[in-house]
Ligand binder design. Structure first.
Ligand code: EPS
Length: 386
C-alpha cells in the first residue's frame, strides 16, 4: 500500500526519496519533517560530519497548499559536505578520473568487502557511499510523514535508549509520556538519569580508547487499534514486518518485540499477558508480548527494540587486508562517530512508523484522509460492539 525508495550517496549532491500510497488531504510541512531530521543528527557521541550537515527537506512534489494530493511525495535532502567532494564524487566522468580517496582497505564489519566482491568494484568507495547510514536521513523524512498520518488516528510513535555498552536504563514505573519527555531532554536520549550518566561515561571511555560502542533503543507505538497485520501469511505478520524494517537499519544486529529473548528465561504463565474485560473493552495488565499476538496488534502499546553493534569505522587498529596488495594493514580513520545509538532510536521511530502506517493503509484503505477516518471509525465501532 505504502512504499518508498531512497537514492543518493553519503558524499554525493543529495539524498532523495519518493513516498507513494498516502491518502489525499494529509497535512504535511517541511518544517515538521525537519524537526525529526534534526533529532536524528543529535546525540552524544556523534562525529565531525554532523558539524557539517544541517539536514533540511525540500518537498518537490505531491503536496499543494500544505496537503497531500494522493500522488507520490518527492523529497530532497542536500548533503552540505558535497562541496568538499565534487571531484571525488563527480556525476560526469572527469577527463582525468581521480584516484584521490580511492578505498582499497575494507573495514571489518562494514559493507566494503562483501559489496566490492559482489559488484566487482575495485574502489570500495562505490560500495561504502551507499551503504553509509547517511541514507537514514531520507528514511527519517519518510517516517516523519508516516507519523503525521498516524497522528490523524491518535497513534503516537516515540523512542528512547535502553542500553549503551554495559549500562542499562530502568524506566519501570514511568508512563510512555514521561519516558518520551525525559528522553527528548537527554543527550543520549535515555529516560533514566542514573543510566544517562553511565552511558555518557561509556561513550567517553570508548572515545578514549579510539573505539566505538553500541547499544539498544526501544520504539513504542501508542494507541494502536487491534488487528493491524494478519496471522494468515508470513509476509503479513506485523511483528515480521517490523523486524525486517528495524533490522534494515545500518548496524542493527538484533530485534526484539516485547520481552523478546527474555521470554525464554520464564515459564509460559510468567510470559503471556492475561486477558481482562471491563468498561466494554478487553485489556491486559502486562505487555510482555509487546502489543503483538499472532502477527497482529492486540491494542496494547507496540514495543520494538533494536540492538546496534558498535559502528564499523574505528579509529584504532583493527586488522584487514588491502584488496590491491593483498597485504594486511591496520586501519586508522580520520573521523568517525563513536556512538550512534541515540540517533538510531530516531531512525527506529521512522521505520516503525512507516510499517504501522502501511498496515493502517492496508486495513482502512481510502483515497482521502476523510474516507480513511470513516473506515477507521466504523471498525472501532465494530470492536466496541464485539
Ligand atoms: C558513516 C560515516 C560518517 C557518518 C555517516 C555514516 O560520515 P563521514 O564518512 O562523512 O564522516 O557521519 O553518517 C552520516 C553522514 C549521517 O548523516 O548519519 C558511514 O560510513 O556509515
Amino acid at each position: 500500500m505504502l512504499r518508498y525508495l531512497t537514492a543518493g550517496e553519503s558524499h554525493g549532491p543529495a539524498l532523495t526519496t519518493i513516498l507513494e500510497g498516502l491518502p489525499a488531504g494529509l497535512k504535511v510541512s517541511a518544517e515538521e519533517i525537519n524537526v525529526d531530521l534534526k533529532r536524528r543528527q543529535g546525540g552524544y557521541g556523534r562525529g565531525g560530519r554532523m558539524k557539517i550537515e544541517s539536514d533540511q527537506a525540500d518537498i518537490l512534489g505531491g503536496i499543494r497548499h500544505g496537503e497531500t494530493l494522493g500522488g507520490p511525495v518527492s523529497l530532497l535532502i542536500r548533503n552540505n559536505d558535497w562541496k568538499n567532494w565534487t571531484d571525488v564524487m563527480a556525476i560526469e566522468r572527469p577527463e582525468t578520473p581521480t584516484e584521490r580517496r580511492r578505498v582499497t582497505k575494507p573495514r571489518p564489519g562494514h559493507a566494503d568487502l562483501a559489496g566490492g566482491l559482489k559488484y566487482n568494484q575495485r574502489d570500495l568507495r562505490n560500495i561504502l557511499e551507499r551503504a553509509s547510514a547517511r541514507e537514514t536521513a531520507a528514511r527519517v523524512a519518510v517516517g516523519a510523514i508516516a507519523k503525521r498520518l498516524l497522528a490523524e488516528f491518535g497513534v503516537g510513535v516515540m523512542s528512547h535508549v535502553v542500553r549503551i555498552g554495559t549500562v542499562e536504563a530502568d524506566v519501570s514505573g514511568l508512563t510512555a509520556d514521561d519516558i518520551r519527555d525525559r528522553a527528548e531532554a537527554s543527550p543520549v536520549r535515555c529516560a533514566d538519569p542514573r543510566a544517562e550518566a553511565g552511558m555518557i561515561a561509556e561513550i567517553d571511555r570508548a572515545k578514549g580508547l579510539r573505539d566505538t560502542i553500541g547499544g539498544v533503543f526501544e520504539v513504542r507505538v501508542t494507541h494502536v487499534p487491534p488487528g493491524l497485520g494478519s496471522h494468515v501469511h508470513w509476509d503479513r505478520k506485523l511483528d515480521g514486518r517490523l523486524a525486517q524494517a528495524v533490522m534494515s537499519i545500518q548496524a542493527v544486529k538484533g530485534v526484539e518485540i516485547g520481552l523478546g529473548f527474555g521470554t525464554t528465561e520464564r515459564l509460559g504463565s510468567e510470559v503471556h499477558d492475561e486477558i481482562f474485560y471491563a468498561d466494554g473493552r478487553f485489556f491486559r495488565k502486562t505487555n510482555r508480548a509487546g502489543g503483538i499476538e499472532g502477527g497482529m496488534s492486540n491494542g496494547e502499546d507496540i514495543l520494538v527494540r533494536g540492538a546496534l553493534k558498535p559502528i564499523a569505522t574505528i579509529m584504532r587498529t583493527i586488522w584487514s587486508v588491502d584488496i590491491d596488495t593483498k597485504e594486511p594493514f591496520d586501519s586508522a580513520k580520520e573521523r568517525s562517530d563513536i556512538c550512534t545509538v541515540p540517533a538510531a532510536g530516531v531512525i527506529g521511530e521512522a521505520v516503525v512508523a512507516f510499517v504501522i502506517a502501511d498496515a493502517m493503509r492496508e486495513k482502512f484503505g481510502g483515497d482521502s484522509v476523510d474516507e480513511m477516518k470513516r473506515n477507521f471509525d466504523g471498525y472501532l465501532q465494530q470492536v466496541r460492539e464485539y
